[in-house]
Design a protein around this ligand. Structure first.
Ligand code: S3P
Length: 177
């Protein structure tokens, strides 16, 4: 539902992609303020539906199961109102996911330096793939493995280091409108 007083609702979905800790959830909130559009937080919705935390889904059901649930959710998002979708960091790694996103929206890649990411994720225990990578080198290595697919999926790329969420949100809207 659109917020009162907002006349700039979305014409297509906005999919925020990027490595863990690039600020997708925070930027999604700033985009909501600017547009009045609702947010879909993929991880949160999956955890709610599965009634398990993300680490527990990985542990009890396995990563492959989680990846299939992500794809199914993206397919669901084809119908319904236009929203801001804060994607899990692994979403662009699967080609089918990228095709689904492109069908209904713009894909916005948020980037950050490994040093910035480490600061943001240091005290967080909710990301199974970072449990043994809490160092600049560990983060850089996984980021480099993913870079090509992230960049290939993106319609727009925004560097987030040193910028406020509001500035990033406005930058995104100026570019995609
Ligand atoms: C993952 C990123 C996480 C979450 C899961 C896997 C990834 O989401 O989906 O832990 O493979 O990069 P965030 O990017 O929101 O942390």
């Amino acid at each position: 539902m659109q917020q009162a007083g907002k006349s700039n609702a979305l014409l297509c979905n906005i999919f925020l992609i990027g490595f863990m800790g690039t600020g997708k959830s925070t930027v999604a909130k700033a985009l909501k303020k600017e547009t009045g559009a609702e947010i879909i937080e993929m991880d949160q919705l999956i955890a709610q539906r599965e009634n398990l935390s993300i680490p527990k889904i990985f542990e009890e059901k396995g990563e492959a199961y989680f990846r299939n649930v992500e794809t199914e959710l993206l397919m669901e998002l084809q119908s319904g109102e236009k929203t801001i979708v804060s994607c899990g960091g692994g979403v662009p790694m699967r080609e089918k996911n990228v095709l689904e996103m492109k069908k209904s929206g713009k894909v916005v890649l948020l980037t950050a330096l490994p040093e910035t990411i480490l600061e943001r994720v240091r005290d967080n225990e909710d990301r199974p793939l970072l449990q043994n990578r809490k160092s600049v080198e560990g983060i850089r290595e996984l980021m480099e493995q993913r870079r090509e697919k992230y960049e290939a999926a993106a319609d727009v790329m925004v560097a987030t280091d040193g910028k406020s969420a509001e500035t990033i949100a406005r930058e995104i809207l100026q570019t995609i409108r």
